[in-house]
Design a protein around this ligand. Structure first.
Ligand code: PLP
Length: 396
């Protein structure tokens, strides 16, 4: 048996120099929607591109290898990946999801519950009693998102997966925030890994796509059949771009998390900042779990500005190196205001229950120079302090 390659080698070189037509070093894009039959009743490896095409197949194999899974299905978005998995369950099945999961996942699960497609319970998975009570209801699926979006809460995948398995549930982990470069949930007991490959795997903010990776080969085959049936498989062009992005995944994320730690450390000492949420800080409640189950702390963080909405407005309008935009995981640094942006689709009560305050800001830290990023945050925080002073004077 050949030795399993190091994930860095898989990321940099899977499929490289495998072209048998022209000997292309870079795996070529294959845009054809349909493939010739060798003869009557003799389909080749591919027949129709909704079902499979060589570019998507190579990407699926690459992501599966990086996650140490047995197979993967590449979808047209991260939400399509979440929905592909949810669609395997019925109205008799209970899905236990984190109360502070990504807003789009929360909306999808709530809507499918309201339409009677599945039953859903949102729980704080860090609360042992709440999780135990949920597991007593014999869920069919436990969905985990760690670190969570946007509060960077960390839960123990192995511990939850063990308990969920004992309760007869399947376990899925949304690994979008770390990527397989920093966390491999299948090794910790999950059955499925979900990705918005829009984020770190592609890494350049120019593709919307997703993937479900499975620990079991048969699961990948049945998910692939469903994705083909409903037509949510990813486009060849997006797959080509994502393969290109994956080749630099490891060095990108290593640099980005170095910047993120420097920023988190700086913000934690800043007078205009009330709280910093970054698992790489020893003061973070999930620091020890993150250290044990991750190989790095990642490049996402959030912080609470000490001020009102006018201070938040001054900050987000004042940044010059950071850009006010949703999404994450690209090479450029972004700031988002969850209440009015990424998590606006959650109702205010659900947001409050999840701990998402109006002063919370989320940073996706990119590859720019650390000194420019920190200087930018400092000048925007100075603007926020001035705006806060002015609105205090107005209300005094
Ligand atoms: N899961 C997480 C954790 C996300 O942050 C996102 C998007 O931000 C998604 C899933 C959905 O992915 P997409 O936007 O590619 O549909």
């Amino acid at each position: 048996m050949t030795k399993r390659r190091n994930p860095r080698t898989i990321a940099a070189a899977n499929g490289v120099a495998s072209d048998i037509a022209f000997g292309a070093v870079t795996p070529p894009i294959n845009l054809s929607t349909t493939y010739t039959f060798a003869g009557f009743g003799q389909p080749r490896t591919h027949d129709y591109a909704r079902t499979a095409n060589p570019t998507r197949t190579l990407l699926a194999e690459t992501i599966a290898a990086l996650e140490e899974g047995e197979g993967a299905v590449v979808t047209s978005s991260g939400m399509a990946a979440v929905d592909l998995l949810i669609s395997q369950f019925t109205s008799r099945d209970l899905i236990v999801a984190p109360h502070d999961c990504y807003g789009g996942t929360h909306r999808l699960l709530s809507t499918r519950r309201d339409r009677g497609h599945v039953d859903v319970l949102f729980v704080d998975q860090a609360d042992d009693e709440a999780l135990e009570a949920a597991l007593r209801k014999s869920p069919a699926l436990v969905l985990i998102e760690t670190p969570s979006n946007p509060l960077m809460r960390v839960v123990d995948i192995r511990a939850i997966a063990t308990r969920a398995r004992q309760a007869g549930a399947k376990v899925a982990v949304d690994n979008t925030f770390l990527s397989p470069a920093l966390q491999r949930p299948l090794k910790l007991g999950a059955h499925y890994v979900l990705h918005s490959t829009t984020k770190y795997l592609n890494g350049h903010s120019d593709v919307i796509a997703g993937a479900v990776v499975t620990a079991d080969k048969a699961d990948a085959e049945s998910l692939a059949a469903w994705a083909n049936m409903v037509g949510t498989t990813g486009s060849a062009f997006d797959c080509y771009m994502t393969l290109r992005g994956i080749r630099t995944l490891f060095p990108r994320i290593a640099e980005q998390q170095r910047n993120a730690l420097a920023i988190a450390t700086h913000l934690a000492r800043h007078p205009q900042v009330a709280r910093v949420h970054y698992p790489g800080l020893p003061s973070h409640p999930g620091h020890e779990i993150a250290k044990a189950q991750q190989t790095g702390f990642g490049a996402m963080l959030s912080f609470e500005i000490d001020g009102d909405l006018e201070a938040v407005r001054a900050f987000v309008e004042g940044v010059r190196v950071f850009t006010l935009a949703e999404s994450l995981g690209g090479v450029e640094s972004l700031v988002a205001h969850p209440t009015t942006m990424t998590h606006a689709s959650m109702d205010p009560e659900a947001r409050a229950a999840a701990g998402i305050t109006d002063g919370l800001l989320r940073l996706s830290v990119g590859l720019e120079a650390e000194e420019d990023l920190i200087a930018d945050l400092d000048q925007a925080l100075a603007l926020a302090a001035r705006a806060d002073d002015a609105s205090r004077k107005r209300t005094a």
